[in-house]
Design a protein around this ligand. Structure first.
Ligand SMILES: Cc1cc2nc3c(=O)[nH]c(=O)nc-3n(C[C@H](O)[C@H](O)[C@H](O)COP(=O)(O)O)c2cc1C
Length: 274
């Protein structure tokens, strides 16, 4: 059972923990100290905000690991300009070195991905990652199998026309599908989960965390479509029919990187309503 312990010597009864609890289950008790309503504790989403926002560090939660907590004030932060440059310099990478990503770097990247927001803090995303570049090649071959099947079904469909070109390139030794990336990462959620966008957000964190480690990423549209539509590939990846494939990315160290930034973008389509 989840519980919140308040240190009476530290708590100033400022009420911030009550205010920031998204579930509304932290309230002042008869003692005058904030408490987590025991009967409502099942509604706690474990966001940790009652402890994170406490100015006196007076709240302790049974599910927060104190050894992982850091004072926000000591964290090194980029300036706004640096942070924005970091986000804006992420580009899709389509040529990769054969060097695989080490398990340590993968761990650091995925440790950041854990911090992506998810509806009700459910953290529902399951990842399937090809750790071995040979497995990634097997995945490329299965996408090609799917494309061959599509050509057989209807040679005039859009995917068949694209597939014919991909197959021709593969025969010529070019991987136009996964771009020779050593790894792919696929994000799935249970079909019962109401918010599949959780995985898209997590994939965006993945791309940015990869960028921070000098690792390139590119969303794999054909990879996603193939997994959604080709049982053989789902089987290879161990994805059940009860899971929704939200998206996938290729990952690896860039062979080429942009020498100039930033590409021109369309003006945003924003309606400022009053
Ligand atoms: C859902 C999605 C699917 C994509 N699929 C592919 C793909 O199959 N192959 C590819 O080379 N790029 C793919 N991309 C990358 C886009 O082409 C790229 O994001 C866009 O051209 C902008 O370039 P940038 O990411 O370098 O800013 C995809 C991007 C998204 C968001």
């Amino acid at each position: 059972m989840r519980s919140m312990t308040v240190d009476p010597a530290k708590c100033t009864r400022c009420g911030i923990c009550v205010k920031v609890c998204p579930a509304g289950i932290v309230k002042f008790g008869e003692s005058g100290l904030p408490e987590m309503d025991v009967r409502a504790s099942a509604n706690c989403i474990e966001c940790g905000h009652c402890a994170l926002f406490c100015p006196e560090n007076a709240n302790f939660l049974s599910f927060l690991k104190n050894e992982e907590m850091r004072a926000a004030s000591v964290l090194k932060m980029p300036s706004a300009e640096e942070a924005i440059n970091f986000i804006k310099t992420r580009r899709s990478i389509r040529s990769f070195k054969i060097t695989p990503i080490s398990p340590e770097v993968f761990d650091q990247i995925f440790d950041t991905v854990k911090f992506a927001p998810t509806a009700s803090n459910r953290q529902p995303v399951r990842w399937i990652v090809s750790a071995d570049p040979e497995k990634t090649k097997e995945i490329t071959n299965l996408i090609l199998c799917w494309m061959r099947e599509e050509i057989f079904k209807d040679p005039t469909s859009r995917i068949s026309l694209i597939g014919a070109s991909m197959i021709a390139k593969a025969k010529a030794g070019e991987d136009a599908l996964l771009r020779g990336a050593p790894h792919v990462a696929v994000a799935v959620v249970s079909k019962d989960h109401m918010w599949p966008e959780d995985a898209s957000i997590a994939l965006t964190y993945l791309e940015l965390a990869a960028h921070a480690h000098g690792v390139g990423a590119c969303w794999g549209g054909f990879l996603t479509a193939a997994i959604r539509n080709f049982e053989g590939l789902r089987e290879c990846l161990g994805i059940s029919s009860a899971e929704h494939v939200c998206g996938a990315q290729m990952l690896g160290y860039p062979q080429l990187s942009p020498k100039r930034q930033f590409p021109t973008r369309k003006p945003l389509n924003i309606s400022w309503i009053k």
